[in-house]
Design a protein around this ligand. Structure first.
Ligand SMILES: N[C@@H](CCC(=O)N[C@@H](CS)C(=O)NCC(=O)O)C(=O)O
Length: 183
């Protein structure tokens, strides 16, 4: 098998868990990092099946969807934790992009921008209610496993995904400080 090639942004976003899992698993791969402009170019070239990154190329075939790729890199036992984290991750893009529907898949502009006054309400709801409740569910699952990791004694991809989701939680806190150009 040729070296797998992971294409993703140079940020700790949805693709970060895959990168870390591949590094931790000592799997030799090409860590191809692109800009948002690069994402648009790949999309215009028809190389992104769902218009977004990460994508993984294995033996000439392109695969997308971060959790599917993570499963390939990690372990099926982690599925339920990964899916619970997917529910949490769905909450982040409107905050990152300042728009309800993220970036327009064709033009790449923001879709349905969130008006400034509503942003405080969204942040408060996320930080004070939704995220604490969601992470508490995962902490219960961790306790139930006997630890120190979600699947017991060995660190798996879901543990790394959990760490990355916590990083994203801190990004949500700094949302207000970021300019719209960065989103
Ligand atoms: N469900 C997809 C979502 C991928 C996604 O949201 N990718 C973002 C970066 S984290 C992206 O490509 N943003 C740029 C764009 O939409 O143009 C997955 O998990 O892979």
């Amino acid at each position: 098998m040729a070296k797998p090639k992971l294409t993703y942004l140079d940020v700790k976003g949805f693709g970060e868990g895959i990168r870390l899992t591949l590094y931790v698993g000592k799997i030799d791969f090409i860590d191809h990092r692109v800009s948002y402009e690069g994402v648009k170019e790949l999309n215009d070239q028809g190389k992104l099946p769902y218009g977004q990154v990460p994508i993984l190329e294995v033996d000439g075939e392109i695969f997308s969807q971060s959790v599917a790729i993570l499963r390939w890199a990690g372990q099926l036992r982690c599925d339920s934790i990964e899916e619970a984290l997917t529910d949490i991750k769905k909450l982040f893009p409107p905050v990152w992009y300042g728009s309800i529907l993220g970036r327009n898949p064709i033009t790449k502009g923001p879709m349905v921008p969130i008006p400034e006054p509503m942003r405080d309400e969204v942040l408060k709801g996320l930080n004070e209610t939704v995220l604490p409740a969601r992470f508490a569910q995962l902490e219960r699952a961790l306790k139930k496993s006997g630890g120190p990791y979600f699947c017991g004694e060995d660190m798996m991809s879901c543990d790394i995904s959990f760490y990355v989701a916590r990083l994203h939680q801190t990004l949500v806190h700094s949302w207000k400080q970021r300019s719209s150009a960065e989103r």
